[in-house]
Each structure stands twice: as C-alpha cells, then as structure tokens.
Design a protein around this ligand. Structure first.
Ligand SMILES: *Cc1c(COP(=O)(O)O)cnc(C)c1O
Length: 422
C-alpha cells in the first residue's frame, strides 16, 4: 500500500475503515481536554463503554436476589463463565470445551505446569526464549526447583544472534532437536513483550512434538492481536491474560487452553477444586471428583462474577467484529505507523531503529538512538501514551479496535516537534 504523511490521507483511511464506529465503544483518557493517542493497549486495553452495564447488571442482581442470583440472575452466576468460552475460543482458534476463563495468568501457568511438566531423570529440560517476561522466568525456575532440579541445568534459553534484536525460528528448532529426548517441555511467549516478535508457533509446536516434548504458549501479547489456531497447531496448553489486547480491565481474569486430547485423560495430574467437578453432580457435594469433560476441569473455585462481567462485555465486541477484520486493520495501521516513523526519522535526521521484525502483531518497539527519556516525557505531556523500557526503547502498540490512522499521523507531528525541541 502506498502511504502518505498527510492528515487528508489518514482521514481517507479512517473513512474506509470498517472498524471506525468501534472507536466510540471505548473510553479514551484525555490530556488538556483532548482524547489521547493510546499506544499502550499491549499493557492495559481501554475500557469498553458497555463494561459498566455488565457490572451494573451483576450488582443489581446481587442487590435484588442475594444468593438466588446464582440460579435466577439475568445471567445466572453458576455457569456465567461458560458465556465467555465460546467467543474466546474463536479468538484463539480452539473448540469451546478447550477454553476456560479463570484465575490470573501466572497462576494458570503454574496450574497447567502441574499437569504438563512431569520431569523424569532423562527428560526434565524446559526450553524458553532468553529474557522471557520476568514472571514467566520466575514461574519456570520455581517449578523446576519444586521438582528437585536445578534451573541452571534444566532451563534452556534460545538466544538471539550476536548484534540482533530478534530470534530466528530455525535457531529455536535446532535447539529443540539438539535437546531431543531430554526435552520435557517447550514454553515460550507467542509474541515477545519486548520486541513485539511473533514466533512461528505452528512450526515450533510441531518440532517440539516431533521431539516427544509437550508444548505450552504464554499468549499474553498474542491474544486479540494475532491469528491463533491452537487446536489445529496441536498445542498442548496455553494461557493468557485478558487486560492487554482483550480490554477486560486491570488485573482481570486469565484464559486457559487445554487441547481436547488431554481432556479425558483420567491419569492426568492436576490440582482440583469443586468448580472442576461435573456440574451435574457438583451440588450433591460428593467426595469423589468427576472431572468436567472440558478445560473447566482445571477450575478450582467458583468464579469472580464481577470480574467476568467486563470481560464478557469486551468479548461481545470481539464476537461482533471477528479476528479477521481486526487483523486486516492491524496490518494496515501498524504499516502506517512504521511509515510515519520512517518519514519523521528522515525529516528530523534522527536515528530511530525499529527492532520489531517483520513477523509482528500491532506493536513496534523503537530504539531511540541519541534520544532518551526527555523525548518520552515530551510525548506523554503532549497526549501520546507510550511505554518506556530500559535502556531507551519505546513500545508503540496501536490496537486496531480503537486507534485510528489520524492518531498515527498526529503522533508523527508530535514526535517531530519532540525531536526538535529536546
Ligand atoms: C503481561 C504478562 C504477564 C503478566 O502476568 P500476570 O500473572 O497477569 O500478572 C505474564 N507473562 C507475559 C509474557 C506477559 O506479557
């Protein structure tokens, strides 16, 4: 596509955008009475306006009915979580019974490791990418120690090549093949939080299965952002948070995926609770656990309905729009942002370096060579919400649901001013 760095071009793109009416579905923070240019949907997605209605409904049902709301609320609470599984399964390419919404991300990774990391003396190693998100590193190392192994020996990290900012799929696969039957598990981030790289999940999953290992993906930065086909790719398990591109609200519930081939495995190791037992007999309060024939078997407690409410509201938006439309706009919008960055780079003779490779979702991570914290502060003061990562990287993630082409153009103008002032 041929882009132009003009307001008119940006507005033409917005007029053609099938998602343009969805911008109004979200609350935008304001700076000096103007809606901000929001680039941090990869950290906390904006609030869908309909979220409040969904929460209000639960509050009203609770006020009117008390405990009876479990069965007689407008959306009864005892199976409220099931309403989320259908739309969410479409977002991640799963069958509905392979998906459950519960807990938070790191908690779910730990719970899934109980089932899918069962190290033995010959096969105990875990492969991940170097500099994985810190919580994932802590999770993996503590799991390894919990099983009596030494993370220095058991945790293998795929490195980037000297002087490069991204990973090569072939390096991941070579490492998998080299580990062979010592490899118990591959657990990586599907989209890297720092450089925005999308890993070739399908190829890596296949290589790991060929080596006889299990495969899990942390999809925190992937869900709602890139195409996922978890079932068809044969992934064993996955988990993700919902407050980034899924716009569910701060710290809100995580989603988990378990491939259907594991669902009826009676031998599987699992930590269990009453919301994982068969719903037909749950309230008979029997001592035996009869697992739900779905990912719900991993659920422990009765779910936090007030948290699920805004998440469900957000999922109705995803269901209306569909990932295909979001992905199509994402490609154009991020392409336009890249173009704008390069234009401003030329005009101001600075040296921005986009370290995100072509395998990307909506995020661009940019090294501000020769610029630093003052430029970041300038952007924030002027209504551009970005995030800063040491040493001097800004991450820009224009979420296609609510960001516009005009936002990208205006960002370029503010950036230009910032570079010249600082
Ligand atoms: C955001 C993110 C997390 C956050 O974990 P929580 O348990 O939700 O706090 C974990 N891992 C990755 C890769 C992330 O991007």
């Amino acid at each position: 596509m041929k882009f132009e760095n003009t307001l008119q071009f940006a507005r033409t793109m917005d007029n053609k955008d099938p998602l343009r009416s969805y911008r109004k579905e979200f609350h935008f923070p304001e700076v000096d009475g103007q809606p901000v240019i929001y680039f941090t949907g990869n950290s906390l997605g904006l609030q869908p306006k309909r979220a409040k209605d969904y929460i209000d409904e639960v509050m009203a049902d609770w006020a009117k009915m008390g405990v009876e709301g479990h069965f007689y609320a407008e959306k009864p609470w005892w199976d409220y979580h099931e309403r989320l599984a259908g739309p969410l399964a479409k977002v991640v390419g799963a069958k509905q019974h392979e998906v459950v919404v519960m807990n938070t991300l790191t908690v779910n990774l730990h719970l899934l490791m109980v089932s899918f990391y069962r190290p033995t003396a010959p096969r105990f190693k875990i492969l991940c990418e170097e500099k994985a998100f810190p919580s994932d590193q802590y999770m993996l190392k503590s799991q390894i120690r919990y099983h009596g192994y030494d993370p220095k020996e058991a945790l293998i990290e795929v490195k980037k090549r000297e002087g490069e900012h991204h990973w090569h799929t072939e390096d991941v696969i070579r490492e998998i093949e080299a580990l062979g039957n010592e490899l118990a598990l591959v657990l990586m981030g599907g989209v890297n939080y720092y450089n925005g790289q999308v890993f070739d999940m399908e190829a890596i999953t296949k290589a790991a299965k060929d080596a006889g290992a299990l495969v899990g993906w942390d999809l925190a930065h992937a869900v709602g952002n890139v195409d996922l086909e978890l079932h068809d790719w044969n992934v064993d398990f996955a988990a993700w948070c919902s407050y980034k591109y899924m716009n569910s609200g701060p710290g809100n519930a995580s989603g988990a995926f378990v491939h259907e081939r594991h669902l009826n495995n009676k031998e599987i190791a699992r930590f269990e609770g009453w919301w994982g037992t068969s719903k037909e007999t749950r309230f008979l309060m029997k001592p035996e656990f009869e697992p739900m024939p779905s990912a719900d078997a991993w659920q422990l407690s009765n779910p936090p309905i007030l948290s699920l409410a805004p998440y469900l509201a957000s999922l109705t938006l995803f269901d209306e729009v569909g990932m295909d439309v979001l992905i199509k706009k994402r490609k154009a919008l991020t392409g336009y942002l890249e173009f704008i960055l390069n234009e401003i780079d030329k005009e101001t003779e600075s040296t921005f370096e986009i370290i995100t490779p072509n395998a990307r979702g909506c995020q661009l991570s940019v090294f501000l060579h020769g610029q630093g914290r003052p430029l970041f502060d300038f952007l924030m003061k002027n209504g551009v919400i970005v995030d800063w990562r040491e040493p001097n990287v800004i991450r820009l993630a224009p979420a296609p649901f609510y960001c516009s082409f005009e936002d990208m153009y205006r960002f370029g103008q503010i950036l230009k001013q910032g570079v010249r002032t600082e």
